[in-house]
Design a protein around this ligand. Structure first.
Ligand SMILES: NC(=O)c1ccc[n+]([C@@H]2O[C@H](COP(=O)([O-])OP(=O)(O)OC[C@H]3O[C@@H](n4cnc5c(N)ncnc54)[C@H](O)[C@@H]3O)[C@@H](O)[C@H]2O)c1
Length: 273
């Protein structure tokens, strides 16, 4: 039987309509959570919420359409979320987009930079900022922790990838954001991040072939000799939401089959600008 450690607790998941967000939502639901799923893709969001309601035994699953890079929409989203649920114990701060592939740091287009930074970095900051005051004030009987924030970074934020510079910088920024939030919100709210490797989700158009082409181009070696799955990420995000991680804050956890330790060679990129 699955342990219902999120019974009586609310979880808000950004990018909840697809990929990691969707996978985590399904598993949080099985652990008894009430859910708010936030996404910019209304159609996919409705479809995901419908699917989760089937496994969620009468618990709430609330869809909120919101662009996380827009501060007004984020403020309205947070207000609605706390109206719908009486607590939000977990924030899975996860919405993100891919960047145009191949342009080096000196050739990135300004609009690509702004789009990627807006969603991937500013988005997570805005969402955390809009929610953490209320999260901090919550109380759960017999518990000293009032909430947990899990951010999604990337191994590209740990070892910069020269073909996706804006993306790499946005994800390095997430690791810094996570550490700053962890310092600021301790001891009430625990804040950690996950750094996925290569997993064929929406950002790779759900295609393992597209993803492996990118890996081959980057000469990426995976010590564990397979590509990542959504389940690999879900397992880590479940752990970080569970009481088993109650003494952990301020850390970035790679879930990448060992890639970050081996590293992506920096010299594969053509540097003639
Ligand atoms: N898949 C990978 O291999 C991989 C690797 C490293 C990091 N990541 C990160 O994982 C996170 C989740 O991505 P995924 O892989 O599940 O891809 P995905 O495309 O399946 O999911 C991302 C979700 O975010 C939503 N979204 C995009 N822009 C938004 C916005 N402005 N406001 C609200 N929602 C928005 C999308 O509609 C989508 O549902 C992202 O932050 C991504 O950068 C993924």
């Amino acid at each position: 039987m699955v342990e219902k450690f999120l019974e009586g607790k609310g979880a808000l998941i950004t990018g909840g309509a697809s990929g990691f967000g969707r996978g985590v939502a399904i598993e949080y639901a099985k652990r008894g959570a009430n859910l708010v799923l936030v996404d910019i893709n209304e159609e996919l969001l409705e479809e995901t919420c419908k699917k989760i309601k089937q496994v969620n035994g009468g618990k709430k699953v609330i869809p909120i359409v919101c662009d996380v890079s827009d501060s007004e929409q984020v403020q309205a989203m947070a207000k609605q979320a706390f109206k719908e649920l009486d607590n939000i114990y977990i924030l899975f701060n996860n919405a993100g987009i891919a960047a145009a592939y191949g342009r080096n740091i000196l050739r990135v287009k300004e609009e690509d930079w702004d789009r990627v930074m807006g969603v991937n970095l500013k988005g997570q900051w805005l969402v955390a900022q809009s929610m953490c005051r209320k999260m901090k004030a919550q109380k759960f009987q017999g518990e000293s922790i009032s909430g947990k924030i899990i951010c999604t970074s990337s191994i590209a934020g740990m070892i910069v990838n020269a073909k996706i510079p804006a993306y790499s910088i946005s994800k390095a920024g997430i690791i810094a954001l996570m550490q700053l939030l962890a310092k600021t919100l301790a001891p009430k709210i625990l804040v950690n991040s996950i750094a996925p490797g290569y997993h064929a989700t929406g950002i790779y158009l759900n295609s393992i072939d597209d993803m492996t082409l990118t890996m081959r181009d980057g000469n990426v070696k995976t010590p564990l000799n397979r590509v990542g799955t959504v389940e690999d990420i879900v397992n880590m995000v479940l752990f970080l939401a569970s009481p088993a991680s109650d003494f952990i804050t301020g850390h970035n956890f790679p879930v990448d089959g060992g890639i970050a330790n081996v590293g992506v060679p920096a010299n594969y990129f053509e540097t003639n600008i």
